[in-house]
Design a protein around this ligand. Structure first.
Ligand code: HEC
Length: 196
């Protein structure tokens, strides 16, 4: 469960309002949550890297969409938490200072697919060889909304952000083009490069 440290007050209250709205998607249901059975490793992590982050001391206002790059950063570190999956490892992510996460947005974090297979997050910095530096904004929008990257369909757990607005796609793209490029080929790049 990521810590949404940088999420604006407005986004936070919108989410709560939706959860309490009685919409059929979130109707109250007496479904019990089974007790978690954390492993030893998880318990150890919970007391170290996953420990609670300090509460904010003042309210958090989001940047305006017209401040494209600042707004894009907000989406990546505040609203959608792209950096959590797309930096090197959950264990070295820095929720308070996301840019200080190891390999910020350079991919290579090992996750699992729905079928339980290992999968690595990809490099989404603008490095032209191993990142998305050669993608157009339209290609990026397709990957984000429909899970269709230039190299083919993207697998779970990459979410399909089907309801992203134009403004959001534009800001995400501009921000990702602006962050320091990292050269980091993931396994998928290896396959792609080899079969090209
Ligand atoms: C739950 C983890 C997770 C989150 C959150 C996530 N991603 Fe991903 N993303 C992945 C994984 C895993 C892949 C690799 C999928 C594959 O190889 O089929 C991926 C692939 C991608 C790709 C394709 C790159 C390529 O070279 O083909 C892009 C672009 C991308 N993500 C951008 C984003 C952005 C932007 C966000 C936030 C709005 C985001 N992702 C949030 C896990 C995540």
């Amino acid at each position: 469960m990521p810590h949404f440290v940088h999420m604006s007050d407005e986004d936070m209250s919108s989410m709560l309002a939706f959860l309490h709205s009685g919409s059929p998607w979130v109707k109250p249901a007496p479904t019990p949550t089974p007790a978690q059975q954390p492993s030893f490793l998880l318990k150890a992590l919970a007391n170290t890297v996953m420990k609670p982050t300090p509460l904010p001391t003042r309210s958090i206002a989001p940047p305006k969409p017209a401040e494209t790059i600042a707004y894009g950063r907000y989406l990546v570190v505040g609203r959608y938490q792209c950096f959590e999956c797309h930096s090197k490892d959950f264990k070295t992510n820095n929720a308070e200072h996301p840019e200080q996460s190891e390999g910020y947005l350079g991919g290579g974090n090992q996750l699992v697919t729905l079928q339980g297979q290992p999968i690595y997050s990809r490099n989404i910095t603008a490095d032209p060889e191993t990142g998305i530096g050669t993608w157009t904004e339209a290609q990026f929008g397709q990957a984000m909304r429909y899970g269709m990257a230039p190299s083919g369909p993207l697998q779970n757990p990459m979410p399909k952000y089907s309801r992203l607005t134009e403004e959001e796609v534009h800001a995400l793209y501009a921000y990702l083009q602006s962050v320091p490029k990292i050269k980091n080929a993931t396994a998928e790049d290896g396959v792609r490069v080899a079969t090209r």
